[in-house]
Design a protein around this ligand. Structure first.
Ligand SMILES: NC(=O)c1ccc[n+]([C@@H]2O[C@H](COP(=O)([O-])OP(=O)(O)OC[C@H]3O[C@@H](n4cnc5c(N)ncnc54)[C@H](OP(=O)(O)O)[C@@H]3O)[C@@H](O)[C@H]2O)c1
Length: 240
């Protein structure tokens, strides 16, 4: 069975992916900031004995990412999924009426940290775990993006911190795909859909179950033909 490594696994889309891959028999390495209080992950570990390993990881701690990479030195990871992300450091939920991150609202520290969590950390994690991915059978690296990162689809402006971070994820994953293709490694950016989690509105169209059912089906068939693409949860492609 394949092995998944996933960040931001304690809630939302990450937790849904962990549940679904465990149910399919995958081995899962799940990271979160506070494993001691990740009750749902603890319950899953109890129900799927020997399948789920929890790791503590704060994405802003780049030295910790390097240490985690060293701990995986002799292990294999089929699918590395950089799922964790933030819209803003205060973790304010998406609300079309909220003027936060609009023109005139630039908060340098917030923007910088949003970039560090969404873009720099996924690159550092990919670098730290590359040997584990390269020695696996599937060899897949995915970073979660958003439709809000599409330059072509932008019509409204606003949410500048998050939009630019996810556009940077797209650019990074396309470049990583080209760089790692000679090693047979598949890399792509994944939009999970607009999902009802703590990040998005309660009126978002997709449930976590709907989104993660599609995502796990995509993980199961991910191959080099998908590399360098901007994929959606249900296997479609978005314009850059
Ligand atoms: N929901 C949507 O509609 C939607 C749409 C497009 C893209 N996305 C993307 O999908 C991914 C998952 O989103 P979600 O909706 O599941 O969000 P969520 O429910 O807010 O969960 C975010 C996850 O990221 C973790 N995280 C945040 N900052 C972190 C940090 N500094 N270090 C380590 N972990 C950190 C959180 O951990 P804590 O619990 O410790 O904060 C949590 O596990 C994100 O990349 C998001 O941008 C979501």
């Amino acid at each position: 069975m394949p092995t998944l490594f996933i960040t931001g696994a304690n809630r939302g889309i990450g937790l849904g992916i962990v549940e679904r891959t465990l149910a399919k028999g995958w081995q899962v390495h799940a990271t979160c900031r506070a494993p001691a209080s990740a009750k749902k992950l603890e319950d899953l570990a109890g129900r799927h004995s020997g399948q789920l390993t929890l790791h503590q990881l704060e994405l802003l701690d780049f030295a910790a990412i390097t240490r985690l990479g060293a701990a995986f030195k002799d292990r294999s990871i089929d699918v590395l999924l950089n799922n964790a992300g933030v819209m803003n450091m205060a973790q304010r939920r998406f609300d079309p009426a909220d003027r936060f991150q609009d023109f005139g609202q630039t908060d340098v520290e917030d923007w910088t940290k949003v970039f560090q969590v969404n873009v720099v950390a996924p690159m550092k994690i990919a670098e730290a775990l590359i040997d584990s991915v390269a020695r696996s059978e599937r060899k897949v690296i995915i970073t979660t993006t958003s439709i809000m990162g599409s330059v072509e689809l932008i019509t409204s402006g606003r949410w500048h911190h998050y939009r630019t971070a996810k556009a940077a994820v797209n650019q990074m994953m396309r470049g990583m795909a080209a760089e790692l293709r000679p090693r047979g490694i598949t890399c792509f950016a994944l939009h999970p859909g607009a999902v009802r989690t703590d990040m998005n509105s309660a009126k978002a169209p997709l449930s976590v179950d709907e989104s993660t059912t599609g995502i796990v089906a995509l993980l199961e068939r991910a191959d080099l033909a998908m590399s360098g693409r901007y994929m959606t949860w249900n296997g479609e492609e978005l314009p850059w």
